[in-house]
Design a binder for this molecule. Structure first.
Ligand SMILES: O=C(O)CCC(=O)C(=O)O
Ligand SMILES: [Fe+2]
Length: 353
């Protein structure tokens, strides 16, 4: 295996956030699995109602028969394995820095504790614009560009093909979620994800860890975008905070399924009908793990607020509007340097009752 992380105190979680590493109880409740195929015996109406209950009860679900090629996913996994298996010196050639947030990175913090992982990020639309800083009055934009490694060969083509396929699945899910919210037009939200969308794909590599009881692969967090669509390998480690009691529930690997979760943008659009749910990743001493999230993010200039169609006198808006690009920029800032404050949350925009 290539050179990876070395344990030190920056990875250590505060006691209250350390994982319990009990064996997985096979009778444990699971996030729902939804079959996206439509047939004579299974109508769109039935599918939409399954989506509605999964979004309300869990904020997470798995999908099968989603239309993404299994062969393509296998190619992405192989490319990721070969890339991360290289010496650090090679990976650093496409290292992310303050000027370019895309590429390889192994120093990400979630809530000020370092994650036990290495990542490779790329944009769905290369050359995406984002605000240069999180400062509200700074109107400057900067261009984010992808950087691609020389090795393994075909890495870039595989990644680009994957992004295109996942974008199609994201639109399919966005339509289903729109219908499940009772929006009049299934395509009403499509315009937020135009050619200026800030969506990105991340390749996550979680190396085996000598102290999985003290660290997390990704600390507890909520995803900032509209939806996240994640492929995980067979190792397992993702845990979701169950809404009913706050218990951490492992998401069982299902070969070729995708895990879908509601992000902060859909929580705000739906005026809290659907919530963005906390999740985290535990690691283990034996096996490295790979996962590939597709983060479906609006264009930087889009303003996010509860949808007009979903608010009325009985259900007044719970949030004031915010700019997606500035939210994104504030979140990303905390990845580069340890912040003394917790990073930005949609609660900052919550209106008093
Ligand atoms: O690796 C996983 O299972 C989840 C990763 C995750 O939550 C994230 O990157 O936002
Ligand atoms: Fe996440």
């Amino acid at each position: 295996m290539g050179e990876t992380l070395a344990m030190d105190s920056t990875f250590i979680q505060p006691i209250e956030h350390r994982p319990k590493l009990e064996p997985l109880d096979s009778l444990d409740e699971q996030v729902p699995t939804i079959d996206l195929s439509i047939s004579l015996s299974r109508t769109t109406h039935q599918l939409v109602s399954e989506i509605a209950s999964a979004c309300q009860n869990w904020g997470f679900f798995q999908v099968i028969n989603h239309g993404v090629s299994h062969e393509l996913l296998a190619r992405v996994e192989k490319a990721a394995r070969l890339f991360f298996d290289q010496p650090m010196e090679e990976k650093r050639k496409v290292k992310r820095d303050a000027a370019n947030a895309m590429g390889f990175h192994d120093g990400e913090n979630t809530k000020n504790v370092r994650d036990w992982k290495e990542v490779f990020d790329f944009l769905v639309k290369d050359g995406t614009l984002i605000p240069a800083s999180h400062e509200p009055n700074d109107k400057e934009l900067r261009v984010l560009c992808n950087q691609w490694p020389q090795y393994p060969s075909g890495f870039r083509e595989t990644c680009e093909e994957y992004a295109r396929e996942l974008e199609l699945l994201a639109h399919k899910l966005l339509r289903l979620i729109s219908l499940s919210l009772g929006l009049a037009g299934a395509d009403g939200l499509k315009g937020y994800f135009n050619d200026e969308q800030t969506s990105l794909v991340r390749l996550n590599h979680y190396p085996p860890c000598p102290s999985p009881d003290l660290v997390l692969g990704v600390g507890r967090h909520k995803d900032a975008g509209a939806l996240t669509i994640l492929a995980q390998d067979g190792v397992g480690g993702l845990q979701v905070k169950r809404k009913s009691d706050g218990e951490w529930i492992p998401v069982k690997p299902i070969p070729n399924a995708y895990i879908v979760n509601i992000g902060d943008v859909v929580q705000v659009w739906s005026n809290d009908k659907y919530e963005s749910v906390e999740h985290r990743v535990v690691v283990n001493t034996e096996k490295e793990r790979f996962s590939f999230p597709f983060f479906f993010f609006p264009a930087h200039h889009m303003m996010v607020k509860p949808l007009e169609e979903l608010v009325n006198e009985q259900n007044p808006p719970k949030y004031r509007e915010y700019n997606f690009g500035k939210f994104f920029a504030s979140r990303n800032r905390s990845d580069f340097q340890k912040q003394k404050v917790e990073n930005i949350q949609i609660d900052h925009f919550r209106l008093p009752l």
